[in-house]
Design a binder for this molecule. Structure first.
Ligand SMILES: *[C@@H]1O[C@H](CO)[C@@H](O)[C@H](O)[C@H]1NC(C)=O
Ligand SMILES: *[C@@H]1O[C@H](CO)[C@@H](O)[C@H](O)[C@H]1NC(C)=O
Ligand SMILES: *[C@@H]1O[C@H](CO)[C@@H](O)[C@H](O)[C@H]1NC(C)=O
Length: 199
């Protein structure tokens, strides 16, 4: 009999037990990964839809290439998914005129349930924002014509919740050529936004 052999019934069974535990752990990890993939594939999230439903401008004052103004928008957020709900964790909104940023603000984080439409108020204030040369001239012309052509951009850190899983994503919503009338009696044309998502 070899000297290294373990006494029968003592040390020998340990190794198979340890191997078993390792195998079970590996199998569990693999199965969990597979389950996530299967769930993700089977619920295949539908695209989220965003649009600007309303926009107003108040206290508009452009003098010496400095702009002060209040902008208010109503963003419609449509989550058409049956299985996916959303956490909006960090939401930053900016308003642009041509290539100049006029204002930036954060929106309170919120939770959006499955198959839900939520209207989000976006309040943006331009305080003494510098508007350069040709852009200031264009802005004056639009003021005279009665409506201003703005771009609204939303950047958000979101989590998609599927069952017990949460998937982090960065959401980009671009709402271009939002025509905001200076006169309240003028009607507002809703703008469908372009949406993009990445990991
Ligand atoms: C517009 O802004 C200028 C400079 O910031 C200020 O002097 C003026 O009083 C403002 N006009 C109104 C109507 O608020
Ligand atoms: C969408 O969710 C929000 C927040 O939970 C809720 O207040 C609102 O009533 C929901 N809207 C619809 C159409 O279900
Ligand atoms: C706006 O900015 C200019 C120069 O940057 C400054 O002279 C002026 O006092 C500011 N006006 C207000 C209302 O903050």
């Amino acid at each position: 009999m070899p000297q290294t052999a373990a006494p029968p019934g003592q040390a020998a069974p340990r190794r198979p037990v340890l191997q078993c535990v390792v195998l079970v752990v590996i199998a569990l990890i693999a199965m969990t990964g597979l389950a996530v993939l299967i769930i993700w594939a089977s619920v295949q999230p539908k695209k989220l839809h965003y649009s600007i439903e309303h926009g107003t401008v108040k206290g508009f004052n452009l003098s010496d290439d400095k702009l002060s103004s209040d902008f208010d928008f109503v963003l419609r957020a449509d989550n058409p998914n049956r299985h996916v709900s959303l956490y909006y964790d960090r939401i930053e909104v900016t308003v642009w005129y041509e290539d100049q940023k006029l204002s930036v603000n954060n929106v309170h984080p919120f939770y959006q349930p499955k198959r839900n439409v939520t209207f989000v108020d976006l309040a943006l204030v331009a305080k003494n924002a510098t508007v350069y040369g040709a852009t200031a001239r264009d802005l004056r012309m639009e003021r005279a014509a009665g409506e201003v052509n703005l771009n609204v951009k939303v950047r958000a850190k979101i989590r998609l919740k599927v069952g017990v899983f949460k998937i982090h994503r960065t959401l980009k919503v671009d709402c271009e050529s939002v025509m905001v009338p200076f006169n309240f009696h003028r009607s507002f044309q809703r703008v469908v936004c372009h949406t993009d998502m990445d990991g």
